[in-house]
Design a binder for this molecule. Structure first.
Ligand code: ATP
Ligand code: MG
Length: 390
């Protein structure tokens, strides 16, 4: 007995104003259509989406990665008549749940619309029918199985499980960000968190290979394609800019402040790129005091170089918590591919000073920068931005 459709629940969307809800719903449906296997039919009802398909399993699996969905249930459906519902629930109880004597069950009802019966009558009548047909007993406290009945005006949906979705808001409803994307563990998690809140992202990688080694770029490509599994309905593009000329200048003139100068440069390029892409801010994987460049004092000096807001969704998270999310969303493995040069944990950076500054002063940084053609370096870096084919 195969379920006929997948019932999709949305969370926060249902709390929005009617107009916002309508907009968010249509973005969500566009994203769902891009995520699921072809050959479906979609129906909507206030706060619910019903997907009729032959490929229930793959559809459910894809929906686990569509933001804006709180949970889904493979469902059986019938007309909203008491006899029809009793019959369907009894079939599900025997054929799907295998209920019989010695087992217990509960009927959970949710009703919306006008019907000649109330919710309580519905639950009692269906419960009695299932009991009669299966020989199982009713236990509302801790039953062996639960049968949910969602009774809407014309149609009723019966289901036995709720598969959690990622929650959040549909990708695309919150505008666009540029993500400073290293392909390490943190920046993909930070990007994912902003995508979860509805932001589309353009990934921007500061590329400074050692010799001809492309391992850091290859890692970014791998991680980007993992992250794309969450981006149905939107394009998640990867861009690079060349960063080695700036770094070489900072090594020459920056002493122990190289990391701070480097990060200020990345922010400048990201903000310029954001303006080109119609993005409203930058997201990074910075987490307070995780490494030398991320002390509170350094972050405030680095932040000063940004023209747009910089979002740091990982700021208060421990590394272990971030690793936990990376594993859950499926970026951890590709993020830990060893690379030859970068500023993450698994590798050294060729420009990193012996003892990086942890307490930068804006005055000193500005003094160093006054001896460097920062504007020239920014415009060269911006001109070097290229999209990477994935
Ligand atoms: P890890 O995930 O292992 O910490 P990381 O890339 O986060 O590696 P950090 O030194 O913590 O390394 O960098 C902080 C943040 O700066 C990153 O999360 C990312 O947003 C940004 N960043 C670092 N290196 C680059 C780079 N090469 N290109 C673009 N952004 C970068
Ligand atoms: Mg980091």
């Amino acid at each position: 007995m195969k379920p006929e459709c997948v019932l999709v629940r949305v969370g926060e969307i249902s709390l929005k104003s009617r107009k916002t809800q309508k907009k968010m719903f249509s973005t969500l449906i566009k994203n769902i259509e891009a995520a699921i296997p072809t050959g479906y039919r979609i129906e909507t009802n206030p706060n619910r989406i019903f997907i009729y398909t032959d490929d229930i399993e793959e559809t459910v699996d894809s929906l686990k990665r569509v933001f804006g969905i709180t949970s889904v249930s493979p469902s059986w459906t019938c007309f909203s008549g008491l006899d029809e519902i009793k019959l369907l629930a009894s079939d599900v109880a025997t054929e799907v749940l295998g209920l019989g004597p010695g087992k217990s069950f509960a009927i959970r009802v949710r009703r919306a619309g006008r019907h000649p019966f109330d919710s309580r009558t519905l639950a009692e009548e269906v419960g009695a029918a299932v009991k009669r047909v299966t020989g199982a007993s009713v236990n509302l406290g801790e039953p062996d199985a639960e049968i949910w009945i969602e009774c809407r005006s014309r149609r009723t949906y019966v289901f036995v499980e709720r598969v959690p979705g990622p929650g959040g808001l549909p990708l695309g409803v919150s505008g666009r960000l540029v993500s400073l994307f290293s392909g390490g563990i943190d920046s993909p998690v930070a990007t994912w968190m902003m995508m979860k809140r509805g932001c589309e992202a353009d990934l921007l990688f500061a590329y400074f290979p050692k010799g001809g080694d492309e391992s850091s770029l290859k890692r970014c490509v791998e991680v980007c394609s993992d992250l794309r599994k969450w981006a149905a309905g939107s394009e998640l593009k990867l861009f690079t800019f060349r960063h080695e000329k700036s770094l070489a200048e900072f090594v020459k003139k920056g002493g122990n402040a190289v990391c701070v100068l480097c990060r200020r440069m990345m922010y400048r390029v990201a903000c310029a790129f954001a303006e080109m892409r119609g993005a409203h801010g930058v997201v990074t994987g910075e987490s307070l005091a995780q490494v030398a460049s991320q002390t509170l004092k350094n972050l405030s000096v680095i932040n000063e170089a940004a023209k747009l807001p910089v979002f740091r969704p990982l700021i208060g998270m421990d590394k272990e918590e971030i690793v936990g999310v990376a594993k859950k969303i499926g970026t951890y493995e590709s993020s830990t591919i060893p690379i030859s040069s970068g500023c993450g944990r698994f590798e050294g950076c060729w420009a990193r000073p012996e003892k990086p500054e942890t307490s930068a002063s804006l005055e000193r940084i500005k003094e160093i920068e006054s001896k460097i053609d920062i504007d020239g370096l920014v415009s060269e870096a911006v001109n070097s931005i290229r999209e990477v084919e994935i």
